[in-house]
Ligand binder design. Structure first.
Ligand code: HEC
Length: 129
């Protein structure tokens, strides 16, 4: 019992430490991409992809030019909350949500799925805004 309690404490303090080092959830997601084989993450490349245009479409078509501001869905005109993690900490908290929207939005915008490398680059850039 005593040892269990101790190792519990250890775990808690370890978790607290890694929180300080690794930041919040998005960092875990980025680490998951690394575990899937992405060795070099480049936020600049992510930014380029975000602003690049394919047949007149880009990520900014819905999310807007400024990540700190709200966006507007190009078709439904619905407001989309800011993507910049610094102003919207509700962002990038769920694996399922991130993957769902990467899939849908890369297909719509680029006409194809994004690779794991591209997702890691983009997410790294988004979460540092
Ligand atoms: C046609 C409109 C549209 C375009 C274009 C678009 N998105 Fe989105 N995106 C949305 C909507 C709607 C949501 C979900 C609503 C929300 O999270 O506020 C979303 C959510 C996301 C999320 C999930 C954020 C979270 O909090 O987990 C990611 C990641 C994302 N988009 C990435 C992209 C990328 C990368 C591109 C360009 C390749 C892109 N989006 C282009 C409409 C769009």
């Amino acid at each position: 019992m005593k040892t269990r309690f101790k190792s519990g404490l250890l775990l808690v303090s370890f978790a607290a430490l890694t929180q300080v080092n690794a930041g919040q959830y998005p960092q875990k997601k980025i680490e998951a991409y690394q575990q899937q084989g992405v060795s070099q993450i480049d936020a600049k490349r992510g930014k380029q992809l975000w602003y690049s245009k394919t047949d007149g479409r880009s990520c900014t078509s819905c999310h807007g030019d400024n990540l700190a501001n709200k966006g507007k869905h190009v078709k439904t005109k619905k407001v989309i909350e800011p993507m910049a993690f610094s102003v919207n900490s509700e962002r990038y908290r769920s694996d399922r949500k991130i993957e769902k929207w990467f899939l849908r939005n890369c297909k719509w915008t680029l006409g194809r799925e994004c690779s794991i490398q591209e997702k890691a680059d983009i997410l790294s850039w988004l979460t540092n805004q």
